[in-house]
Design a protein around this ligand. Structure first.
Ligand code: 5AD
Ligand code: SF4
Length: 358
């Protein structure tokens, strides 16, 4: 049997990921790509079913203390008008999400320390009290104590992408932090009982298949409940403005291989994929993804949460965007999930980074 088919077979039989095997899968060509995507679709159905979870995302502040080289919200981007939503505005977006039938809200911001731990805890408590929605936080790196306070206030999930598992590349792209601190935060979140999400960008300058394989191994070792995988898209007001964007096919391959190794994780069809190609999210749903995160940020602010140019959902009104998503799901014969969508996790255990530099 050719090597590609042998490796694919071994993954489906439950073999632990190894860097060489992953690189073989990522090097799929022609018919092999179709076979990889079919396998991922099959594993997705067996692992998490056909239902697609919709999470309403509310980007409540675009202030950020960090200077990540790839991101439009970086603190040195003086061209970007900054905004912070008041509590009333955040809660009215939450009310709207609840009225539209969402079961999860994701509160996301740049690393904006003006929002204290108790302020965020207050928001979480209000959302729980008013609507009983699942609450996901995505606020970057904070202390263990802050994460604890929010968990105690009722936060269910936390998203903190590791972005790249290549330590040197990480240091170059994220000069304010380190991969080690990032991983420490992820361990704390897991310890505190959050459903924890990570993820990475695909096509970063200096990244190669080997380093992408380590991204997948890292997420499997962390036993993440969620993994956001999207292409890198160059933003004109960043130092990486002239870099090439990540490729659609490679991003889909990373998504597919991640699904093979994490059968029960929640994998979103990311907005970045939808920005890269008109059919990007549809393709993602057909090779492993089972989550979509529509944007419920108020219209006047949404165009200012510009992490990369021209996000696909920037001009759409939320009802319109939701209708389009429902039409897409109908076309794919995929129902909208009715439950809260807690991931049952593959239990590979975390803490054993035997295969991973991180
Ligand atoms: N291209 C693609 N994704 C990006 N992100 C930030 N900047 C970019 C970019 N230029 C993603 C990162 C981060 C999230 C807020 O957006 O993965 O976690
Ligand atoms: Fe800030 Fe996150 Fe953008 Fe980095 S990626 S600049 S931490 S918003």
């Amino acid at each position: 049997m050719e090597r590609f088919s042998a490796v694919l077979q071994s993954v489906l039989e439950g073999k632990k990921p190894d860097r060489e095997d992953i690189v073989t899968l990522l090097s799929a060509r022609g018919n092999q790509v179709a076979a990889l995507f079919r396998a991922a679709d099959h594993v997705r159905r067996a692992g998490v079913g056909d239902a697609v979870h919709l999470r309403a995302i509310i980007e409540f502040s675009n202030y950020c203390r960090n200077n990540c080289l790839y991101c439009g919200l970086r603190r040195d981007n003086r061209r970007l008008p900054r905004y912070r939503l008041a509590e009333k505005e955040i809660m009215s977006s939450v009310d709207k999400a609840a009225a539209m039938g969402f079961r999860t809200v994701v509160l996301q911001s740049g690393e904006d320390l003006l929002y204290s731990a108790s302020y965020i805890a207050g928001l979480v408590e209000q959302i729980k009290r008013r609507h009983g929605l699942a609450v996901t936080l995505s606020l970057g790196e904070r202390s263990r104590e802050e994460y604890r306070i929010w968990r105690e206030a009722g936060a269910d999930r936390y998203l903190l992408k590791h972005e790249t598992a290549d330590e040197k590349l990480y240091q170059y792209l994220k000069p304010d932090s380190s991969l080690q601190i990032r991983l420490q935060c992820l361990y704390w979140l897991k310890e505190l009982g959050y459903q924890t999400g990570s993820g990475n960008m695909v096509g970063l300058p200096g990244q190669n298949l080997d380093s992408l394989a380590v991204d997948i191994i890292l997420m499997r070792n962390l036993d993440v409940d969620m993994a956001g995988i999207g292409p890198f898209l160059p933003h004109p007001a960043t130092p990486l403005k002239d870099a090439e964007p990540g490729s659609l096919e490679l991003t889909l391959k990373i998504l597919a291989v991640t699904r093979l190794y994490l059968p029960q994780a929640h994998l979103p069809a990311t907005t970045a994929l939808g920005t890269l190609a008109p059919d990007g999210r549809k393709m993602a749903l057909s090779c492993g993804a089972n989550v979509i995160m529509p944007n419920l940020t108020p219209a006047g602010m949404r165009d200012k949460y510009l992490i990369y140019p021209q996000k696909a959902d920037i001009i759409e009104e939320p009802h319109q965007a939701l209708d389009k998503i429902k039409a897409l799901l109908a076309e794919l014969a995929r129902p909208v999930a009715r439950d809260y969508g807690r991931a049952k996790i593959f239990s590979g255990g975390y803490g054993s980074h035997d295969n991973c530099k991180g």
